[in-house]
Design a protein around this ligand. Structure first.
Ligand code: CMP
Length: 160
């Protein structure tokens, strides 16, 4: 990663998105926005990683149901980078409840549910750093220059 405010964030494309054949659509949206894919893999989540990932929800009534849904099929985990990538991805994904999410966001366009909301996106830079370590080994992440960098960002964005 180079330059100020360059961030990495973690995305999980959840089992409901896998089952509904939305993988390509979802990856495409992040790619088109200008986010760089630095890591991407299919994996199956188990109780150990979900207990850690959703520790802040462990006392919620939906915790067991959430874990069951996250284990119901493989997921895609991805690391995306860009200037202010955490915020950019949260906007693309939309608010938790699909019905309340604005049209144009992934959840707004494809989700009718609060649990089956298709994608998880890190909620802060600090959380993103923790989540990336949780799901990726350093050798699974790739740094490279995307040839459209100078067109995705203006000169001011690149050197504030
Ligand atoms: P996510 O962004 O992965 O973070 C926590 C997840 O818990 C959330 O998306 C939803 O999938 C799920 N979730 C949040 N609130 C509820 C709820 N009230 N009932 C069921 N699942 C929920």
């Amino acid at each position: 990663m180079t330059g100020p405010q360059m961030e990495r964030t973690l995305i999980i494309i959840k089992p409901d998105a896998v089952q509904r054949n939305l993988l390509g659509e979802i990856v495409h949206r992040f790619e088109r926005k200008g986010l760089k894919i630095e890591g991407l893999k299919m994996t199956r989540l188990d109780d150990q990683i979900l207990d850690e990932h959703y520790a802040h929800h462990k006392d919620k009534t939906f915790f067991e149901s959430l874990k069951k849904s996250m284990k119901s099929s493989p997921v895609i985990v991805a690391v995306l980078s860009g200037i202010n990538a955490v915020q950019a991805c949260r906007v693309i994904v939309g608010p938790t409840y699909g019905v309340e999410a604005g049209a144009g966001s992934i959840r707004g366009d494809f989700s009718m549910s609060i649990q089956a909301n298709l994608v998880h996106a890190s909620d802060s830079k600090k959380t993103a750093d923790e989540e990336i370590k949780r799901f990726f080994k350093s050798e699974e992440l790739f740094e490279y220059i995307r040839i459209d960098f100078e067109h995705v960002y203006g000169e001011e964005d690149r050197s504030p």
